[in-house]
Design a protein around this ligand. Structure first.
Ligand SMILES: Nc1ncnc2c1ncn2[C@@H]1O[C@H](COP(=O)(O)OP(=O)(O)OP(=O)(O)O)[C@@H](O)[C@H]1O
Length: 310
């Protein structure tokens, strides 16, 4: 009799980067990146301007070749995976074809896709049915983004790659966009998106990657990234005059800001900071201690790295 298997087999990676580097002259855009993406995962790629997010996505899509390391997408080269229809992509810019109507460009994307969806379905999902007859060069920024979204979802791809997909979209378009992406991930597709909207990453992503100068600084759930930042927020009001220098002398302080009588602190050990605060002889009112938001965690992690490397 076969022994009973007690553990599930490891999910095969949708895409893998193995020690991938890419430089432009002296700029190391991607520096020793090792990473696996898995089916059904929604992954946010974060990083300050110039961190290497677009370069990473370009490498994944075979638009650029790594100087060293290996990238595989569904066990193939990125180009072969794209030709096989495994990958849908929505890039940051790049003009849409001129002189054609919305329906024509979406129709073309469907015709070219090895596993296309019906054109009307694609247009409905992207919320562009009403502008089907408009020329693509006469669209607003948000409408253009919706058309790009339609092009990325013209067929059944198993990996969807999005570079700042919701830039320029209004609230309704954003919500519709993310609900479609959740649906896609729910069907087992992997979704990788680069963004500067940290609330979006916090709300949408199962996994967050933080890039800085081409290197992976953090990889985990939003909660893990917040914990990694290793700081907590303390906010309170002062009811008596207190010397700012005394506040700045509190232990474990990462940052301090004063606004009127309100003090906001980030501390690496909130218990110790609050304990010392009571020792200053002026009791804080409305004391709140909370974890960092993803945005503050992101800033704390990237600033710490900046300080370490500069
Ligand atoms: N074609 C290129 N030639 C020279 N340098 C480049 C080129 N493309 C990107 N770079 C440089 O590589 C680094 C990474 O750029 P990249 O566009 O990947 O960053 P990013 O994280 O996407 O930035 P942003 O948030 O501003 O879009 C930057 O320093 C950028 O100036």
């Amino acid at each position: 009799m076969e022994p009973m298997k007690t553990t599930a087999p490891p999910a095969t990676a949708v895409a893998s980067f193995a020690d991938v580097s890419k430089a432009y002259g002296r700029v190391r855009a991607v520096d020793g990146l090792t990473l696996d993406l898995h089916p059904g995962e929604t992954v946010a790629l974060l990083g300050p301007n110039g961190a290497g997010k677009s370069s990473t996505l370009d490498l994944l899509l075979g638009l650029r070749t790594p100087d060293s390391g290996r990238i595989s997408v569904f066990g193939k080269s990125p180009q072969a995976a794209i030709a096989a229809g495994h990958v849908g992509a929505m890039l940051q810019s790049g003009g849409l074809m001129e002189g054609v109507r919305v329906r024509e460009i979406v129709g073309l994307a469907c015709d070219l896709h090895p596993k296309p969806y019906p054109v009307d379905e694609v247009m409905d999902r992207a919320g562009i049915a009403q502008i089907a007859d408009r020329m693509v060069d006469k669209l607003s920024g948000g409408q253009e983004q919706r058309v790009r979204f339609a092009l990325a979802t013209a067929g059944a791809a198993d990996l969807i790659v999005l570079d700042e997909p919701t830039t320029g979209m209004d609230v309704t378009a954003r919500q519709a966009f993310w609900s479609t992406m959740r649906e896609q991930a729910g069907q087992g597709r992997a979704v990788l998106f680069a963004t500067h909207y940290l609330e979006e990453a916090d709300a949408i992503a199962d996994r967050v990657l933080v890039l800085h100068k081409g290197r992976l600084l953090a990889d985990g759930t939003a909660a893990e990234i917040k914990a990694k930042a290793g700081a907590r927020r303390i906010a309170f009001d002062l009811e008596c005059e207190i010397d700012e220098a005394a506040l700045r002398g509190l232990p474990f302080l990462a940052s301090l800001s004063l606004s009127g009588t309100t003090v906001r602190i980030q501390s690496h050990d909130a218990d110790a900071t609050v304990h010392a605060l009571y020792g200053l002889g002026c009791y804080p009112r409305n004391l709140e201690v909370s974890g960092l938001g993803l945005e503050q965690a992101f800033v704390a992690i990237t600033e710490a790295e900046e300080a370490r490397t500069s």
